[in-house]
Design a protein around this ligand. Structure first.
Ligand SMILES: Cc1cc2nc3c(=O)[nH]c(=O)nc-3n(C[C@H](O)[C@H](O)[C@H](O)COP(=O)(O)O)c2cc1C
Length: 255
């Protein structure tokens, strides 16, 4: 591996675009696994397991589930209300607030609504967002993400082994922190290997969909699917992102 760590950290972006149509080499998969397995975890419990998915039939089944679950999210007022707080409608707005996501990166807006100034009043509350969902906005976005899953060279499903419990009253937190470290090792090592990554977590939102995912990939009861990562080689720079200025979140000595 050639890239400096800090370079990989700064270069890593969520890549919601097409990947190069080329299988990920076993050597690169092994490098990602080797890096991930050295992640820290509470009491070194290593509660993680992964499923490497490359088979087209499995990807197609997952894509159908992505389509269904994302369409359902677009019809859920509570979800949409939460999302609308984090959506910027213009690049200016996004740069100014320096958090959240751009609407264009999540929803493929149909032509009749491309003028986003008209969208603003519609995004004000969940009821209106659901209305947009019913108009088919959600289905368009869901269809796009389903296609991205189908054509992805590699899908990694990350599982938590619920039998490997951390000691301590706050065990759920410690276990999830370990999972986060494991996943970040995957993302950064992939970046260093010129592999783009993208979480597609809609199928993990509801128990019903998680159960369907379990059925597709024969995941036993005592394993919890934590995230789904789409990955593939990249040949162009991913879209830039935004971050808060350190003065917004760093405290010295006391809060
Ligand atoms: C736990 C977690 C879940 C995420 N789920 C999704 C997802 O389902 N779909 C998606 O497009 N991006 C997802 N993301 C990516 C975030 O939107 C992204 O990290 C954030 O907007 C910052 O952008 P960047 O990763 O390009 O720097 C997820 C990220 C994390 C850490």
């Amino acid at each position: 591996m050639t890239m400096e760590l800090i370079e990989a950290v700064l270069k890593r972006r969520t890549n919601r675009d097409h990947f190069v149509n080329k299988p990920i080499s076993q050597e690169d998969i092994n490098a990602i696994i080797e890096s991930a397995r050295w992640a820290p975890s509470p009491f070194n419990i290593q509660p993680w397991e992964i499923i490497i998915v490359r088979n087209q039939e499995n990807k197609d089944k997952l894509a159908n589930l992505v389509k269904k679950s994302m369409s359902a999210q677009m019809g859920d007022p509570k979800f949409l209300n939460d999302v609308s707080q984090w959506m910027s409608l213009s690049d200016d707005e996004w740069q100014r607030r320096a958090d959240g996501v751009m609407i264009d990166d999540h929803v493929d807006l149909p032509d009749f609504i491309k003028d986003k100034t008209k969208l603003k009043p519609l995004l004000k509350n969940a009821k209106n967002m659901s209305f947009l969902g019913k108009l088919g906005l959600g289905k368009i976005g869901a269809g796009k993400f389903a296609e991205l899953i189908k054509e992805a060279p590699l899908i990694i499903i990350v599982l938590l082994n619920k039998n490997k419990r951390s000691p301590g009253e706050n065990r759920n937190t410690w276990e999830l922190l370990g999972m986060g470290a494991f996943i970040e090792h995957i993302l950064l090592t992939a970046t260093a290997l010129n592999i783009g990554t993208h979480f597609i977590n809609a199928p993990l939102e509801t128990k019903k969909d998680r159960d369907e995912l379990r059925a597709i990939f024969s995941v036993p009861e005592n394993y919890e699917p934590i995230c789904i990562i789409r990955a593939g080689y990249v040949d162009k720079e991913p879209k830039p992102s935004v971050r808060l200025n350190p003065n917004k979140f760093v405290h010295y000595e006391k809060f």
